[in-house]
Design a binder for this molecule. Structure first.
Ligand SMILES: CC(C)(COP(=O)(O)OP(=O)(O)OC[C@H]1O[C@@H](n2cnc3c(N)ncnc32)[C@H](O)[C@@H]1OP(=O)(O)O)[C@@H](O)C(=O)NCCC(=O)NCCS
Length: 210
């Protein structure tokens, strides 16, 4: 016989809403900080980057749209639905990329990562470093249990970020996301509380897609 008992929330409601969004240091000297209205132009420029426009489906046509989007990031923090940071040099440096958690579900303890890095800042390990940092925040500080990372199968750079940051490949989602050129299959990667978050095995491809 199945004995049913109420399942408590993994993270109690209010843990994000009651707190200020923190600034998180990265080992390479950058930091993750909340977006501010002065970053609107970076969002407009990022949306003009062909790879970001394509893979992140980012459309920001004007600084005004950028400011509204940044306002929504802060509303969604207070609503405990997403936690989005700018990657930047400390002391108010220009945003070099975006990273954070969307689709946050405190009750069930899960969320999905989102990221992009401006073309000039790519290839220096920033995405992997920032991913590891927001994973630690999500598991240790917020208390989530399971973190997802999805990327189009063709997006090899994103797959490398996933594997290097310790996200195991769990399968391929067929025809999962509509991009500008049609439907794309996506790899589903996940990192669960207790997984080695920073695996040398990932570098060897042992936990990568099969
Ligand atoms: C994916 C992205 C965030 C990676 O950012 P980054 O800071 O350049 O990543 P890192 O420097 O941390 O490098 C990650 C790995 O990807 C590899 N990589 C980079 N470009 C690659 C490419 N075109 N093909 C295959 N691997 C690539 C790097 O070599 C590195 O692996 P290595 O250390 O084993 O050599 C960045 O390229 C980007 O913003 N791309 C456009 C938008 C996008 O793809 N967003 C993600 C949607 S899921």
């Amino acid at each position: 016989m199945i004995r049913s008992s109420p399942v408590p929330p993994v993270v109690p409601a209010g843990r994000m809403a009651r707190a200020e969004q923190p600034v998180l240091d990265l080992p390479g000297g950058l930091e993750l900080r909340p977006w501010h209205p002065g970053d609107a132009g970076v969002l407009v420029a990022a949306a003009r980057d062909p790879a970001i426009a394509h893979w992140n489906r980012l459309h920001v046509g004007s600084p005004e749209e950028g400011r509204k989007r940044i306002e929504r990031m802060h509303e969604r923090w207070r609503g405990e639905r997403s936690a989005i940071w700018a990657m930047a040099r400390p002391g108010g440096g220009e945003a070099l990329g975006l990273i954070g958690w969307g689709d946050i579900d405190l009750h069930n303890g899960d969320a999905e990562i989102v990221y992009w890095v401006t073309a000039a800042a790519r290839g220096a390990g920033v995405a992997v470093e920032a991913t590891r940092r927001v994973v630690r925040w999500a598991l240790d500080d917020l208390g989530l249990h399971r973190l997802r990372l999805c990327h189009a199968v063709e997006n090899e750079a994103s797959c490398r970020v996933a594997v290097k940051a310790g996200f195991s490949y769990e399968g391929t989602l067929r025809s999962a996301l509509l991009h500008g050129d049609g439907w794309h299959d996506e790899h589903l990667h996940a990192l669960v509380e207790g997984d080695p978050a920073d695996t040398a095995a990932g570098d060897a491809g042992a936990s990568g897609p099969v």
